[in-house]
Ligand binder design. Structure first.
Ligand code: FAD
Length: 443
């Protein structure tokens, strides 16, 4: 039995939240996009929320939780989709969102605390001619620590690939959960011991993150009569190395009917939502014409009068908008094989029809433009969802299953032995986010 009063007394000086409603709220994330996770994680919550503001306070919290052998679930902004920050065994929710210092930005690199919001970092970086290389569509709320520990890529991945790609993270500093916690700085390839580890391998306090050159971006909507014409256009724009872009999202009708931008997308048409650098805009109409498209909307990203941010209809925001109209909709996360002819995309589009609505996000993988996808699925049963997943896998489509809270069953498939070795060193009592790794299942 944990003596919560004694534990709280040892956290003196740090903000602690014990109000059950607030604790329950701060134990949630966006796993609710999955009907399967919704059922599995219903009612799971922590006992206490601890909100450090400095690394010294993180150390104090870690020392205390180790002493009382209390599970610790780390939280950024709680926008993850796999229940990554839902505590399975109660304990402390360590909310990192108050650690918001941007230490420095220079020569295309930023050093920041883990709780910095992605939009805040981007804004600051742009003042110096740099910007975030990639960001999830939750950039306004998500933290950099949560993105590194729980995300994968997003707006900008068409240029820089994903977080897991070498060179997208320079350094990660973590606090351990040993009897006497330490702060360890990982650099170079060692960062993979913590990258996308869902908070099981140390508490990230600081990061060094490389930036990209900032461009004036223009948001563009292009519509097409045929979905495959839109998809081929997306591939061609991705392959046009001299044209600078940050986002190529392709949507089969009726997905655009869920968007606040639908006045620019006539009923029954398929849409490409783009962010293109101003110097490359002149070339866009020619390429659009080649694929039979029509530009229906064009705004500068900084235009104060615009009514929406186009990026906030893309990536997993697409699912958010669709679900607010129809809560029976869920989604897949896929990577199609590299193929300029997009044959498997074409096959899946025709084969599933409206049951699996096609949503492509072109990204860079190993130097090539490849369609990732967050297809919308009309959910019926778990069995049917698994059948759909299996059919994709049998046809060479990689599925990062978003309907599981087990790290190996999602995008990872196996845990890197180096990550496991690091875990044993930094978290010898298995207190960090217990229950999320198959290899270390608690009974
Ligand atoms: P949280 O959800 O709070 O945490 C995520 C994971 O990181 C958890 O396992 C948590 O324990 C761990 N963690 C958090 N902070 C730390 C820390 N300091 N130290 C160690 N571990 C930590 N993801 C994408 O990659 N791309 C997208 O485009 C994208 N779009 C999305 C759209 C919507 C509408 C939603 C709901 C989600 C989307 N996501 C996307 C998922 C999620 O928003 C991002 O991954 C986001 O970056 C997570 O940040 P967060 O601060 O909310 O992290």
């Amino acid at each position: 039995m944990i003596d919560w009063d004694a534990l709280t007394a040892e956290l003196q000086g740090i903000e602690v939240i014990s109000d059950p409603n607030q604790v329950a709220k701060l134990s949630q994330d966006y796993h609710t996009f999955s009907p399967i996770l919704q059922a599995q994680l219903d009612g799971k919550k922590g006992d206490l929320v601890v909100r450090p503001t400095t690394e010294a306070e993180v150390m104090q919290a870690a020392t205390t939780c180790v002493k009382y052998r209390v599970p610790v679930t780390i939280r950024g902004a709680g926008t993850g989709n796999y229940g990554q920050c839902v505590p399975l065994h109660g304990g402390v929710v360590l909310d990192m969102s108050r650690m918001q210092a941007i230490h420095w930005i220079k020569s295309g690199v930023a050093r920041v605390e883990a709780g910095v919001k992605l939009a805040a970092l981007d804004k600051k970086a742009r003042e110096t001619g740099w910007e975030m290389r990639m960001a999830p569509s939750t950039y306004r709320t998500a933290t950099i620590g949560g993105f590194i520990a729980g995300g994968s890529g997003g707006i900008g991945s068409i240029n820089y690939g994903q977080l897991r790609d070498r060179g997208n993270i320079n350094a990660i500093r973590v606090v351990t959960m040993e009897d006497e916690p330490r702060a360890i700085e990982l650099r170079g390839d060692d960062i993979h011991k913590v990258n996308h580890a869902w908070g099981i391998n140390g508490i990230i306090t600081e990061l060094e993150i490389p930036l990209g050159a900032a461009y004036p971006w223009t948001e563009v909507i292009v519509t097409f009569e045929s979905f495959m014409a839109a998809a081929h256009f997306g591939q061609a724009l991705g392959d046009a190395d001299g044209m600078i872009k940050k986002l190529i999202s392709i949507f089969a009708w009726s997905i655009p009917s869920y968007f606040g931008a639908r006045q620019y997308i006539p009923d029954g048409t398929h849409a490409a939502l783009l962010m293109v650098a101003e110097p490359s805009l002149e070339l866009l109409p020619g390429l659009v014409q080649e694929y039979g498209g029509c530009i229906t909307y064009q705004r500068s990203q900084q235009d104060a009068g615009k009514k929406f941010n186009l990026a906030e209809f893309t990536w997993n925001h697409t699912t958010l908008h669709a679900r607010s109209a129809n809560p029976n909709i869920t989604y897949l996360q896929s990577l199609f094989p590299a193929d300029k002819n997009l044959q498997i995309v074409d096959h899946m589009y025709r084969y599933f029809g409206d049951e699996v609505m096609m949503h492509l996000e072109f990204i860079r993988v190993g130097g090539r433009t490849v369609p990732a996808a967050l297809q919308l699925v009309q959910y019926t049963t778990e069995e049917r969802l698994n059948e759909i997943i299996r059919y994709h896998e049998e046809h060479g489509v990689f599925i990062a299953n978003p309907h599981t809270y087990i790290i190996e069953d999602g995008g990872r498939k196996v845990i890197d032995p180096e990550q496991m070795k690091f875990k044993q060193m930094v978290d010898p009592y298995g207190l960090l986010n217990p229950g999320k790794i198959k290899a270390l299942m608690r009974s």
